[in-house]
Ligand binder design. Structure first.
Ligand code: AMP
Length: 174
């Protein structure tokens, strides 16, 4: 549609950021235009409503922007999933592989209960490693992944493969 095309062209490519060979998809033009931010949120709201979650989890940092607004729109609790060492209370953690080395994400141990249905929100799906680690955290505490919803998908990296069998929804596929 026209709206999706307007969003697509607003995403700014930044070559060689944060390191050589990476084309960074900059979403700040979307945040900086209320009509575009609204269009992006319409996607998140529609997909989340279909998934019938009990809670929304956002992945640091850009997943917080869309995830927190989504939680507020739906009247649901928001759960931050953060990089290691940032959350102040007792955490559970999950490590995952990066191209070089490893990373770790954490969630407060009391953020979810068994039986919760969680929609995971982030800005972009690349290899899928981050979202897969978030899904693993959610399952560790006996909660269910109702969906993994991202604004942008880099299809050539085939990140969806590592998220099976969870339902994955993306709006802009590059
Ligand atoms: P991955 O774990 O490989 O799917 O990477 C996804 C995470 O890294 C998300 O939190 C994204 O915000 C970030 N990311 C990875 N690649 C890019 C990119 N080309 N542009 C912007 N953000 C990216």
């Amino acid at each position: 549609s026209k709206k999706i095309e307007t969003l697509r062209v607003a995403i700014r490519d930044i070559p060689d950021f944060p390191k050589p060979g990476i084309i960074f998809k900059d979403i700040t033009p979307v945040l900086g235009d209320p009509a575009l931010f609204c269009a992006a949120m319409e996607f998140f709201v529609e997909k989340a409503q279909e998934a019938k979650p009990t809670k929304i989890a956002g992945i640091e940092a850009r997943g917080f922007l869309f995830g927190a607004v989504l939680a507020k729109e739906l009247g649901l609790p928001f759960v931050p999933i953060r990089k290691k060492g940032k959350l102040p209370y007792k955490t559970i953690s999950q490590s995952y592989d990066l191209e070089y080395g490893q990373a770790e994400i954490e969630m407060h141990e009391d953020a979810l209960q068994a039986g919760d249905r969680v929609v995971v929100v982030d800005d972009l799906l690349a290899t899928g490693g981050t979202a897969a680690a978030a899904a693993a955290l959610i399952k560790k505490v006996g909660a269910e992944v109702a969906g993994i919803h991202l604004l942008i998908e880099l299809a050539f990296l085939d990140g969806r493969k590592s998220l099976s069998p969870h339902p994955v929804e993306t709006l802009l596929v590059f």
